[in-house]
Design a binder for this molecule. Structure first.
Ligand SMILES: C[S@@+](CC[C@H](N)C(=O)[O-])C[C@H]1O[C@@H](n2cnc3c(N)ncnc32)[C@H](O)[C@@H]1O
Length: 312
């Protein structure tokens, strides 16, 4: 089950995700982040002929892979777009309130990271693109060309938790006054020069790249919308399963689940979710073969039946 799939992305915590989804053979499921299709493939193997699966990805290349592999499977619907549009896609299928499980496996796939032409990796020379959805929106290079110094610093601080945000932002603005920053290695060099020498170790550009990726793909806004949409489409007993890879992703997921499980002081509405188990991390056997699983955190919640309306 854990082999690298043909397209080059090894699905993270596959067994735990499948347990979290508590698959029913005739259930309707949403994979909001198709990627290389590893989770979808396992889900479909567990579904019977009456099961349904909606696979979504922002990345047209992922959508093309999904269509090529599953286009002929009558159980499968593939949609290009954000999981923030999940409600709309589920409505098209007439399945609102009947979804048995939604999976969000956040961030980028190995396929995206390893492709220098996508510009996600500070370790690969390529155009500074970073868009998951290559069909729209500004690239990271365009965003850096247009943003103010204050905006850049804020994004590096908030989405990268970068303590040298102001120095890096100033260096970017100084550099772009001479020539546009259009490649990953140009950006890495600007960041390197802005950092104190003692900080110039191997991964000094990680936080800047993370911040840009988040802003270019409006990842946190989409996550907030996606969680709401997922809750709105789940059937009673349906599962919401989310894999996050850093604290900026995990925090809103944790807060959302706890808030809807009535785990906040002063919670007034009746709970809509039940937390299923404690959050999980990948085990040593998986970490030994998949280093990308090391930061994964899996959270699972279950949709409760709507509370009976109070009698007047
Ligand atoms: C970590 S990978 C998913 C890997 C997949 N579970 C597998 O086993 O191959 C994340 C994928 O989600 C997509 N993605 C990220 N944010 C998204 C969003 N808001 N809406 C739809 N797809 C998104 C990315 O383009 C990427 O292909």
């Amino acid at each position: 089950m854990n082999a690298t799939d043909a397209a080059g992305h090894r699905p993270v915590m596959l067994d735990e995700v499948m347990q979290g989804l508590a698959i029913q053979a005739s259930g309707c499921y949403v994979d909001g982040t198709y990627g290389g299709g590893g989770h979808t493939r396992a889900l479909l193997a567990a579904l019977g002929p009456h099961g349904r699966l909606l696979a979504i990805d922002k990345d047209p290349a992922a959508v093309a892979r999904a269509r090529a592999e599953f286009g002929a499977d009558a159980r499968v619907t593939v949609r290009h777009g954000s999981f923030a549009q999940l409600g709309e896609f589920v409505d098209e299928l007439g399945l609102r309130g009947r979804i048995a499980g939604v999976l969000l496996d956040l961030g980028m796939s190995s396929i995206q990271l390893d492709d220098a032409a996508r510009g996600f990796s500070f370790m690969r020379a390529g155009p500074l693109d970073m868009r998951m959805d290559t069909s729209r929106g500004p690239t990271a290079a365009q965003w850096l060309a247009d943003a103010s110094e204050a905006q850049i610093a804020q994004v590096l601080r908030e989405f990268g938790e970068e303590r040298y945000a102001r120095r890096i932002a100033a260096a970017i603005v100084a550099r772009r006054a001479q020539a546009p920053i259009s490649t990953t290695d140009e950006l890495v060099e600007v960041v390197r020069q802005a950092m104190p020498r003692r900080e110039q170790h191997k991964h000094f550009a990680t936080r800047t790249f993370q911040a840009l990726r988040i802003v270019v793909n409006h990842e946190l806004d989409d996550l907030a919308a996606g969680l709401e949409q997922a809750l709105a489409v789940l059937a009673p007993g349906g599962r919401l399963v989310v894999l996050s890879f850093h604290s900026l992703e995990d925090r809103p997921v944790k807060q959302f689940m706890r808030q809807h499980a009535g785990r906040f002081e002063g919670a007034s509405a009746p709970p809509a979710l039940r937390l299923v188990r404690a959050p999980k991390k990948a085990g040593p056997a998986e970490l030994a073969v998949n280093p990308r699983a090391r930061s994964a955190i899996l959270r699972v919640a279950e949709r409760l039946a709507d509370a009976e309306p109070a009698h007047a």
